[in-house]
Design a protein around this ligand. Structure first.
Ligand code: MSP
Length: 461
């Protein structure tokens, strides 16, 4: 059995955040989805039953405002804009299993069912509320959370709002959540993000406002117990991870929920690692196994976003350099947990050195000789071979297990580094064994076969 033999009973359910359908997707959005795609493909290769979910977040103030600005209804707006994500995923070779839209009927019904359950059990209550509200973050902030009078995440203006609203009694679950995070070291990854959440949970946790008065925001899912309100967009959005799979199961009949991995950017860590698990606790549903938050793609020193005007459109790069180059660069240049910067110079440098020079060279050398000397066929494995061959074979095997361990720990950049190192070994092997010399002597055909088989086999692996 090879390293990729089938294992039965292994399940892998991976999600990306659902993207706001208000914008053109950029490199930051592409990255999370690419990460999910690579993990999904790799687990399929290892014989896991895989489910890969992505989609669009279509309710709330941001989307409503984007529609109004364009002079169309929110329905028309999301119908058109969610396509941008689907189209980009197709161009990037993303093979998801399901694309959820929060305006789907099934999703809306699922959200309403959960709201009603929580309301009936007294987990959701009506309260008078005052606070600083950020339109761009779509949430309230406490006075002491503001930075220079602005919201601490997007640094946008906040407004003082006083109104009646429904609250989910999140504070009740603070201790249980803390215990869960402390008892499960790999629940929130990487460790720096876990520490951040633990720090946050050492402060008293408030309750969560889960409604918006319809007079202020009409574009959302109606509260089943009070039609004057719609559901807060985050409460609606987080439930997508469960609603999408409620009516599905793995081929062996077991349920898809809970997810194995939620992948997300660090800006939405609190919603995923505090709001979401406490909502699930109140519902009595199991928690996701792992939450992994990556850093940001910066350009010109700032987080890429439409509002900063520094967003890079991945499609331009796909057109110019090809999809594999774009996928390679994004996964190679962001190191676990850190921010990474994107510039065309860095992109070209990386692609030229790793792909054109190292990999291109190795493939080209082997390919040319296979065509020229062996009619394009890879020779059979040699009966006997020397120390150089055994070394390369051993290094290949070590690399495969190393890459496997790294990928399973979501360390994709070092995994690709290990692959590149392997490619360099092939080049060194070829330089040492010099097939271009050996090919000159007809008596050395067997030696040439050995060299070409060994190099081709290493490249195949
Ligand atoms: N709709 C919410 C998520 C709801 S999930 C239940 C949302 N959408 S978003 O479109 O604004 O962002 C989606 C993802 O893109 C987040 O993981 C975010 O971190 C990521 N990125 C957006 N800009 C980014 C960068 N510049 N760099 C890396 N990822 C960033 O939040």
């Amino acid at each position: 059995m090879g390293p990729f033999s089938t294992m039965s009973g292994k399940h892998f359910y991976v999600t990306t955040p659902i993207y706001y359908a208000n914008d053109r997707p950029h490199i930051g959005h592409a990255y999370t989805t690419l990460l999910a795609d690579v993990l999904a493909r790799y687990h399929r290769l290892l014989g896991y039953d895989v489910f890969f979910l992505t989609g669009t977040d279509e309710h709330g103030q941001k989307v409503e405002q984007a529609a109004r600005k364009r002079g169309v209804s929110p329905e028309e707006h999301v119908k058109e804009y969610h396509r941008r994500f689907k189209d980009l995923w197709q161009r990037l070779g993303i093979e998801y299993d399901y694309f959820i839209r929060t305006t789907d009927k099934d999703h809306k019904e699922f959200v309403q069912k959960c709201l009603q359950q929580l309301y009936d059990r007294g987990e959701i209550v009506l309260r008078e509320y005052e606070g600083w509200y950020s339109v761009s973050e779509e949430r309230f902030f406490q006075e002491d959370e503001l930075v220079d009078g602005k919201d601490p995440v997007g640094h946008k203006a906040v407004e003082w709002i006083s109104e009646k609203n429904y609250f989910f009694l999140m504070s009740k679950y603070q201790k249980r959540l803390l215990a869960h995070i402390e008892g499960n070291a790999d629940f929130i990854q990487p460790e720096s993000r876990r520490n951040e959440v633990l720090g946050f949970l050492r402060q008293p946790l408030g309750d969560l406002c889960i409604s918006r008065p319809r007079t202020r925001l009409a574009w959302g899912i109606s509260l089943p117990f009070d039609p004057d309100f719609v559901t807060y967009v985050w409460f609606d959005a987080l439930l997508n991870y469960e609603s999408a799979v409620a009516a599905r199961c793995y081929p062996d009949g077991s349920p898809l929920w809970p997810a194995t991995y939620h992948l997300l950017g660090k800006d939405i860590l609190t919603t995923h690692s505090v709001y979401w698990p406490t909502i699930l606790m109140a519902l009595g549903h199991p928690l996701p196994q792992h939450i992994f938050a990556h850093g940001w793609w910066l350009s010109k020193g700032a987080k890429q976003s439409k509002s900063s005007g520094n967003a890079v459109d991945p499609l331009g790069y796909v057109d110019e350099y090809g999809v594999d180059a774009v996928r390679y660069f994004l996964l190679r240049d962001m190191v676990l947990g850190q921010d990474a910067s994107f510039s065309e110079e860095q992109f070209k440098e990386r692609i030229n050195s790793d792909l054109a020079n190292d990999l291109g060279n190795a493939l080209q050398r082997v390919h040319v000789f296979l065509i020229r000397s062996l009619g394009g066929k890879v020779p059979l494995p040699p009966a006997q071979s020397g120390a150089d061959e055994s070394d390369l074979k051993a290094f290949t095997e070590e690399s495969i297990s190393r890459v496997k361990e790294l990928i399973l720990n979501l360390r994709l950049s070092p995994a690709l580094e290990a692959v590149t190192e392997m490619v360099r070994r092939v080049n060194r092997y070829l330089e040492k064994r010099a097939p271009w010399q050996v090919a000159k002597d007809r008596d050395l055909q067997e030696e040439l076969n050995t060299i070409l088989f060994t190099a081709a086999e290493a490249l195949r692996c």
